[in-house]
Design a protein around this ligand. Structure first.
Ligand SMILES: *Cc1c(COP(=O)(O)O)cnc(C)c1O
Length: 466
């Protein structure tokens, strides 16, 4: 397709995005099948390599050459945060799960037995948390739209079928199940037309979030097939197109010297020329990911288009569970022109027990880092749980009439009326998720519980009928 033919009228010349001359590097990656070919892995003790094999038989594993060669500090194994972020670790399985899988591998069990055991273990790891598969699925003319989620009034999530993988996998990923072939857990959309039609009929929708996987694994021409229809003036209520992506950390070449990097930036410009904004929702888990020259160049080139970059990450044991890491990360982001957006709490799925941090500790880390940065970094909110009723922030700890409490509030709610209303839970040092918390002040239920139950019932009926 001739790019210029789909540019909006009045735009004379595509922007030129200057870049440092660098040879394009082909994208190469490793998985559980060939990771022993990584030179640096080959030099690790055999026990460690066996542990990796066991864990990667159950949990997804994929890492690319840029992460291996430019992000991981191989003199600091196993503690290096990026190694923990991308490579399987023994503790990511419970002892029982680990031993069951290790026994099969030691005895050279048939592939079929290994697969079956892996699937049994996976089903014990809460593969689809927070009612994602049914509760958030929208319908069009009584038909379920599998590639869309619509949980919060103004925002539609879109999962393009070709964007359901990533440049590397995060070991903590809450969407891990879709990467190990539990295909009924994938929420992929094949059609762009349904997205457009859904948004056209929902004037309350102001923004669409392309997500995955990682939509940036898609070639630009493929992404354009989904994006261009949304630039139609008939969708005037659509203000912003967002892209949720880890590529700025894992494969910044996507925006710098991949063959279609410039085309992607021009696509951002066309969105902006249509009177909308582009928000790149960048997943950065550690300041290290911002430190390479490629990573910085990616940020600069994206910002040159007029797109805004906002950052988000969960707080995770072994990776970023110290206030110092967050403080440095937010400082560096502000310096580069990235807007700190969310600190999340790790969801209750997959290797959760390995990464889990009690809410009280997460709140302390947040506050300690927040206190030490200037106001420009304090756009960040959290720690926030994406739970069934909504995004719930732990605002802080307090004492009211002698009772220790956690102050909470909805940042997003399945019912928008819930947003911003403070509520209180009993102080609990162990709790690591919303459903562990009990209401404070002797109340029986949190204010939203009855209504949530009603909404759940109604949604179940709607989806069953479709
Ligand atoms: C986080 C999230 C969004 C986006 O929420 P914002 O607060 O607008 O960033 C939208 N839909 C779902 C299901 C989400 O979990």
């Amino acid at each position: 397709m001739d790019m210029r033919s789909i540019s909006p009228p009045g735009r004379a010349r595509p922007h030129v995005f200057p870049k440092t001359q660098r040879d394009p590097e082909p994208f190469t990656y490793f998985t559980e099948r060939n990771f022993e070919n990584i030179t640096q892995v080959n030099e690790l003790p055999p026990e460690l390599r066996f542990d990796m094999q066991v864990v990667s038989s159950v949990l997804p594993f994929k890492v690319n050459s840029y992460v291996v060669n430019q992000l991981i500090d191989w003199s600091d194994i196993p503690d290096d945060p990026i190694f923990q972020l991308t490579f399987p670790q023994k503790g990511m399985l419970t002892e029982d799960h680990f031993n069951r899988m290790a026994a099969l591998l030691k005895n050279d069990a048939p592939r079929k037995d290994i697969k079956e055991e892996a699937n049994r273990i996976r089903l014990e790891l809460n593969p689809h948390p927070a009612g994602q598969t049914t509760l958030n699925v929208p319908t069009l003319d009584g038909e379920v739209l599998p590639g869309l989620q619509h949980k919060y009034r103004e925002t539609v999530l879109f999962f393009p079928a070709a964007g359901q993988t990533c440049h590397s996998y995060c070991t903590f990923c809450f969407r891990w199940a879709q990467f190990v072939g539990m295909s009924d857990l994938r929420f992929a959309a094949k059609e762009a037309s349904q997205l457009k039609e859904y948004i056209r009929r929902h004037p309350e929708v102001t923004n669409v979030l392309f997500t995955g996987g990682d939509p940036m694994v898609m070639k630009t021409h493929k992404l354009e097939q989904y994006v261009e229809p949304l630039l139609d003036p008939a969708l005037e209520h659509l203000q912003t197109i967002r892209f949720g992506t880890k590529s700025m950390a894992y494969w910044p070449q996507r925006f710098v010297n991949d063959p279609d990097a410039d085309d992607l930036l021009r696509m951002f410009e066309r969105i902006i020329a249509s009177g909308r904004s582009v928000a790149v929702m960048a997943h950065y888990n550690h300041h290290r990911e911002l430190e390479t020259s490629l990573a910085r160049e990616a940020v600069r080139r994206i910002r040159d288009t007029g797109a805004v970059i906002r950052s988000q990450s969960p707080v995770l044991a072994h990776i970023n569970d110290s206030a110092g890491v967050w403080e440095l990360m937010w400082r560096e982001q502000v310096r580069l022109g990235i807007i700190p957006y969310y600190m999340f709490v790790e969801r209750d799925t997959g290797a959760e027990h390995y990464f889990k941090i009690p809410l009280v500790k997460a709140t302390k880390i947040f506050r300690e880092a927040f206190r030490h940065v200037n106001g420009l970094a304090r756009t960040v909110r959290g720690p926030s749980m994406s739970a069934t009723p909504g995004k719930v922030e732990v605002t802080g700890m307090s004492e009211v009439n002698g009772e220790k409490v956690l102050a909470l509030r909805f940042l997003q709610g399945r019912n928008p009326d819930w947003v911003g209303r403070p509520f209180f839970a009993k102080y609990d040092e162990e709790a690591s998720w919303l459903h562990h918390l009990k209401p404070a002040f002797g109340q029986e239920k949190f204010f939203f519980e009855d209504e949530l139950a009603r909404m759940t019932d109604e949604k179940m009926k709607e989806v069953d009928a479709a």
